[in-house]
Design a protein around this ligand. Sequence first.
Ligand SMILES: NC(=O)C1=CN([C@@H]2O[C@H](COP(=O)(O)OP(=O)(O)OC[C@H]3O[C@@H](n4cnc5c(N)ncnc54)[C@H](OP(=O)(O)O)[C@@H]3O)[C@@H](O)[C@H]2O)C=CC1
Ligand SMILES: O=C(CO)COP(=O)(O)O
Length: 338
Amino acid sequence: MRVGIVGSGSWGTALAIVLADNAHQVEIWARRSEQADEINRNHTNEEYLPGIQLPDTIKASSKLEQVVEGKEMILFVVPSHSIRQVARQVSGYIPQEALIIHAIKGLELETHKRISEILLEELPVPLHERIAVLSGPSHAEEVSKRSPTTVVVASNSIKTAEEAQDALINQHFRVYTNPDVVGLEIGGALKNIIALGAGISDGLQFGDNAKAALMTRGLAEISRLGVYMGANPLTFSGLAGVGDLIVTCTSKHSRNWRAGNMLGQGHSLQEVLSVMGMVVEGVKTTKASYELSFQCGIEMPITQQLYQVLFENKEPRKAVEDLMGRLKTHEMEEVAHN
Ligand SMILES: NC(=O)C1=CN([C@@H]2O[C@H](COP(=O)(O)OP(=O)(O)OC[C@H]3O[C@@H](n4cnc5c(N)ncnc54)[C@H](OP(=O)(O)O)[C@@H]3O)[C@@H](O)[C@H]2O)C=CC1
Ligand SMILES: O=C(CO)COP(=O)(O)O
C-alpha cells in the first residue's frame, strides 16, 4: 500500500519501520525540512530514535498535503495538542477510500475530546467508517529494534480494524483487533497520568508496594471514567489497559515516567518539560481528566492529587499522605454498592 505517516517523532518513525518491513511504500511528514532531509539522505532520525538505521525505502517530506495525497493508508502520529489543526489542514487532500489510523495517546485539552472524536469532526463523512485507533504497550525505542511487541487496533467498523491489522502485523509486531474505540483511547491516554505518578513515587523512593498500589488503583479510576464514557470494562484488562499501564509505569523509556521521576526528585514542572525534548502527554491529559472527573461526577483521587502537584505546586509527599488518608472504602466500590 502507499502509506503517509503524519508525524516524524519517535512513534511515527518506529511505525514507519514496521510498515516498510511489511513492504508498504512509506512517506513520512516531518514539519522541519532539515529532519526530512536527514531521513532521505542518511536514513536516520537521530533526535527521536538515536542509533537506529531506517529502511532505505522510507521517504520523508516537509509538505504535509503531499504526504497524504494519493495514499491508501494514513497514520496520524502527532502530539494530541496538534491533531485538530493538522487534520483540518489535510482533510481535503485525503483520498475517499483511504484507511485512517491514529496512534495518539491524549485528550484535547480545551474540549476533553478523544482523538477519534476530533477526526470525526475534521475529516469528511465518507472517511468516518475508515477511522481506527492503534494502542497498547509499545515503546518506539523497542519497536524500532524489532523487539517483540503486541498492540491493538479498534474501529467502529470491524472491516476497517481488520484492514489495519493486516497492514501492520508481522513477526515482531503482533496486532489484535477490538471493537472498543472508547476503551482504547481512554486506556491509552489516562495511563500516562498514572505513569507520571509512578515516576514521582520512584523519585521519592517509595518502593514497589507504592508503585503497585498506584498502578492498581490507577487502573480502577481509569476504568471508572472509561465505563462511564461507554467503554467495555474488559478492555482495561487487555493490552490497551493494564498492558500499557505496566509498560509505561515500569520502563526507563517512558517519557511520562521519567518526567514524574524528576518531579519526585524535586524539579519543577517547567524544568522537567524543558529538558525532556519529547512530548509528555500525561501533563495535559491530567488537566483534561481532572476537569472531566468533575464534569462527569466520577471519583478519580490519583488524577486529582496529580493535578494539584502539577498545577497547584502541591508537595508530592503531601499528595501521597492525602491519598493514604482518604476515607476508608471497599476495594470494589461499584460492585459492593450494587
Ligand atoms: N514514543 C512512543 O513510544 C509512543 C508514543 N505514542 C504517542 O504518539 C504520539 C506522538 O508521540 P511521539 O512520536 O512519541 O512524540 P515525539 O516527542 O517523539 O515527537 C513529536 C513529533 O511531533 C512534532 N510536533 C511537535 N509539536 C507539533 C505541532 N504543534 N504540530 C505538528 N507537529 C508537532 C515534532 O516535530 P519537531 O521535531 O519539529 O518539534 C515531532 O516530530 C503521542 O500521542 C504519544 O503518546 C504512542 C505509543 C508509543
Ligand atoms: O505509550 C507509550 C508506550 O506504550 C509511550 O509512553 P511515553 O509517552 O510515556 O513514553
